[in-house]
Design a protein around this ligand. Structure first.
Ligand SMILES: Nc1ncnc2c1ncn2[C@@H]1O[C@H](COP(=O)(O)OP(=O)(O)O)[C@@H](O)[C@H]1O
Ligand SMILES: [Mg+2]
Length: 212
């Protein structure tokens, strides 16, 4: 049986990476074969592109940024994600196509059509079976990022207005694609957030179990 594709989305500091790791562990405990990947990255060329995109000493045109993300995604989808799904492995993605709509489409103001076109080229239309949108107030996110103690990369250096547009576009997904995209309150303790994330994917596991 084909694997399931789950993406985890949200602004920095909402806890995406933490939730992905915990969800992967819980799925494995449930007997599911899981591959956990981050975007951009997950392939040799994708990790190099990640370095280009994060480099704080570089400036990039918004379209250049869009296409670099798309290039990394195309490589990941074709060489890793589709083969894994085909062999029945579940794939857990730390960011995917909705990041492009939110950050490049809305945040960088390239527009939905342009961001969507790049996504279509990169994925050939592959969409997640479920997307968890992690939501937490700005002060909570900022506190966690300070705690993480890493310097801001190029993408994290954008202004407040850009993040407000990005967040608004993310939230629009909840009404646009309510079957696929589920809000997860990410403001609580890690265990609570993970429990909510698990609950928001449980139906996929049940469906997979009953369809053999
Ligand atoms: N629910 C939580 N409560 C408190 N700290 C958290 C929580 N989730 C994650 N963290 C911590 O906050 C920081 C950012 O979390 P991370 O998972 O890296 O977020 P993201 O991947 O969305 O940027 C990390 O240091 C992480 O350990
Ligand atoms: Mg992360």
């Amino acid at each position: 049986m084909r694997g399931r594709l789950i993406s985890v989305e949200g602004l920095d500091g909402t806890g995406k990476t933490t939730v992905c790791a915990a969800l992967a562990a819980r799925l494995e405990d449930a007997g599911v074969r899981v591959l956990r990947l981050r975007e951009p990255g997950g392939t040799a060329v994708g990790e190099q592109i990640r370095g280009l995109l994060a480099d704080p000493s570089r400036t990039l045109e918004p379209r250049t940024e869009l296409l670099l993300f798309a290039a990394a995604r195309a490589e990941l989808v074709d060489t890793v994600v589709r083969p894994a799904l085909d062999e029945g492995t579940w794939v857990l993605l730390d960011r995917f196509v909705d990041s492009t709509l939110a950050y490049q489409g809305a945040g960088r103001e390239l527009g939905d059509d342009t961001a969507g076109a790049a996504n279509a080229i990169a994925t050939g239309g592959l969409l997640p079976d479920r997307t968890l949108l992690l939501l937490a107030p700005a002060a909570v996110r900022a506190g966690r990022m300070d705690h993480r103690g890493e310097a801001a990369d190029r993408l994290e250096q954008a202004g407040e207005a850009m993040f407000a547009r990005t967040e608004a576009r993310y939230e629009q997904l909840l009404t646009e694609a309510p079957e696929r995209v589920r809000a997860v309150d990410a403001s609580g303790e890690p265990d609570d957030v993970v429990r909510l994330a698990w609950d928001a994917t449980a139906d996929l596991l049940e469906a997979a179990a009953t369809s053999g």
